[in-house]
Design a protein. Structure first.
Length: 209
């Protein structure tokens, strides 16, 4: 599969295994999503541009590197995507946060957008769309559609667990948007859940059913 990077760092894999377990509490689930997002962020942010800056150490003046001040935006797909925001913000605290809200139409099973709240200059930002699951790909495709309609072009999609069907659908619609995942799972079941997956990420994050 092109344009997908599975970040298989041992710490991420270990934490993801705990996250998947049925008996992991809401509190632990929330903390683990936050921690995994932060660990993934290290790789996701690898190509941020740098610039030279002159500083003074206790010994001498020197030219060193700093982030080039590129504008960043983290855009969670509501509601489960919220769980991944703080982990990334801990690495890039100056990033703005937008929100895209969706629900699934029970008849068509297609995602319907109900909220889009983005920074005004979204077209000038490097955007990280975050959602724990890439299952059918419907929500992710619609979210990126929504961003592109508003002029955004520099987009990455970050998830914890992806299904091959979702990856294929997403890449067909948005071949220019790289996917970062902590795991590429086996398949979707007949209800559209990822197997082995981790259940409903929103319910597990927020303690709802």
């Amino acid at each position: 599969m092109e344009n997908i990077q599975v970040i298989s760092h041992p710490l991420i894999q270990h934490k993801l295994s705990i996250l998947r377990r049925t008996d992991t509490s809401t509190k632990a689930f929330r903390e683990l999503v936050d921690e995994i997002a932060m660990l993934m962020g290290y790789e996701v942010l690898r190509d941020l541009p740098l610039e030279d800056v002159e500083i003074e150490t206790p010994i001498t003046k020197t030219v060193q590197k700093q982030l080039a001040g590129k504008k960043l935006a983290i855009v969670p797909i509501l509601r489960a995507g919220i769980g991944m925001v703080d982990g990334l913000l801990s690495l890039v605290p100056a990033a703005k946060v937008g929100h895209i809200g969706m629900y699934r139409d029970e008849e068509t099973l297609q995602p319907v957008e109900y909220l889009v709240k983005l920074p005004e200059d979204i077209d000038q930002r490097q955007i990280f769309v975050v959602d724990p699951m890439l299952a059918t790909g419907g929500s992710a495709i619609l979210a990126v559609d929504s961003l592109k309609k508003r002029g955004a072009s520099n987009i990455k999609f970050v998830c914890l667990v992806a299904a091959p069907e979702g990856v294929a659908a997403f890449q067909k619609s948005h071949p220019d948007v790289p996917i970062f995942a902590a795991a590429l799972d086996e398949k979707l079941n007949e209800h559209g859940y990822i197997v082995p997956g981790l259940g409903d990420a929103g319910d597990r994050l927020f303690g709802t059913k």
